[in-house]
Design a protein around this ligand. Structure first.
Ligand SMILES: *[C@@H]1O[C@H](CO)[C@@H](O)[C@H](O)[C@H]1NC(C)=O
Ligand SMILES: *[C@@H]1O[C@H](CO)[C@@H](O)[C@H](O)[C@H]1NC(C)=O
Ligand SMILES: *[C@@H]1O[C@H](CO)[C@@H](O)[C@H](O)[C@H]1NC(C)=O
Length: 365
């Protein structure tokens, strides 16, 4: 049905570009009305009330089934100005929020893979929710939460991660999480001024948001699986081992799936990386004087300057990664530590799926 209408609409453009007489003008007018109705048919709006306020999304269809999309729901305050390099803070409530368009990607180097030229911003702590539910109040569908990869410094094209097809076919709710990247997400001075782990704490706050709000989309908060690929898969492992992910009795999620996350990559030398970053931002003197002076200096820099300086660190060495901060990550995630109780007492035997994308993360010589 939609395909037929689309053909008619295309004809409209052909006619309108060739206006010669009254009949064609009239046809164009009729076509415009049709185009208007057509766009109405596509922008059927839906709404739901989450804890922070009302949100308005779009209803779409795939294979005759509906999928409701809420794009760009804030789960934290924008981490800008005074909140730059700080742990995420809960968002301020709102009355009504349009959530019909994707937000920019988190600030990152504009590498020429698939994200080239896409809008990006430091103001990026949003989730996208896709739901197959047609009755939010009574449904309790399984929930999938996706954490993207990209070496903790980048992202992939947002169109790759959509629930448009997955949700109606698998009858699930999908949440796509954004988190701070590179230095903005992982710089650490190992103190309270810049504690580090901002990016994984963003993810954790998003998981908390899912736990508290997903029932408002027909999702079951007690049936949440988190999954990710590459750095996203590594993130999944960190979340599964963090005491911030709840207790065994009341966890933020129930299952994990890991796609190509070979190791728990963490940074044992965050101060060395910070010093190098300080040099590239021309804030080294302040770094040498005090953390506070360093942070003040970093706050005078533009997003582009910080991203460029962040990009000077070797991505292959995984330097922008989680650090031991005594809260999100209690100890080094070594094989020995992982297996024993103690700091990893929160480690739960999650039902899990481990797999690897062919050749992902491997080098071909
Ligand atoms: C990246 O790719 C786009 C489109 O293919 C091209 O126009 C652009 O010049 C490329 N940029 C760089 C920096 O290579
Ligand atoms: C979670 O959802 C799956 C898929 O529908 C279902 O098989 C499972 O029983 C559910 N688990 C719980 C605890 O509800
Ligand atoms: C900062 O300290 C390092 C050694 O800790 C020193 O090599 C460097 O010259 C100092 N730089 C500035 C600008 O103070």
């Amino acid at each position: 049905m939609f395909a037929t209408r689309l053909t008619v609409t295309r004809n409209c453009y052909t006619f309108s570009s060739n206006v010669k007489n009254f009949v064609i003008v009239l046809r164009t007018a009729i076509c415009s009305i049709e185009l208007f109705i057509f766009s109405l048919a596509f922008s059927e709006s839906v709404e739901t009330r989450v804890n922070d306020g009302l949100i308005v999304g779009n209803r779409d269809y795939y294979q005759g089934k509906s999928v409701d999309e809420y794009l760009g729901i804030p789960f934290a305050q924008p981490p800008v100005e005074n909140l730059r390099f700080k742990s995420p803070q809960k968002p301020d409530p709102w009355t009504v929020l349009e959530t019909q368009k994707k937000k920019p990607l988190c600030a990152q180097p504009d590498v020429n893979i698939s994200c080239w030229g896409l809008p990006q911003s430091e103001d990026c702590l949003y989730v996208d929710v896709y739901t197959a539910s047609e009755n939010y109040e009574t449904d309790a569908k399984p929930v999938l939460v996706w954490i993207h990869g990209g070496s903790f410094t980048g992202d992939w094209h947002p169109d790759w991660y959509t629930g448009k097809y997955l949700c109606p076919t698998a009858d699930v709710v999908l949440v796509v999480v954004n988190y701070r990247l590179g230095a903005l997400g992982f710089l650490s001075l190992q103190d309270n001024v810049i504690a580090g782990n901002m990016g994984v704490r963003d993810q954790n706050m998003a998981l908390e948001w899912v736990h508290d709000n997903i029932g408002k989309f027909g999702g079951d908060p007690d049936n949440v699986t988190i999954f990710g690929q590459s750095a996203g898969a590594i993130s999944v492992k960190f979340q599964a081992n963090s005491p911030m992910s709840g207790t065994r009795e009341n966890p933020l999620f129930k299952r994990v799936a890991v796609v190509s996350g070979q190791m728990m990559t963490w940074n044992p030398e965050p101060l060395e990386v910070a010093q190098s970053f300080a040099q590239h931002t021309r804030c080294l003197t302040d770094f040498n004087i005090s953390s506070r002076r360093f942070l003040d200096c970093l706050k005078t820099k533009t997003t582009e300057e910080l991203v460029a300086a962040s990009d000077r660190e070797n991505i292959a060495k995984f330097l922008w990664t989680p650090v031991i901060d005594g809260e999100f990550l209690l100890d080094s995630p070594t094989k020995e530590n992982m297996g024993k109780p103690g700091p990893f007492g929160s480690l739960r035997p999650f039902p899990n799926v481990y797999n690897r994308r062919n050749r992902d993360g491997s080098c071909k010589h």
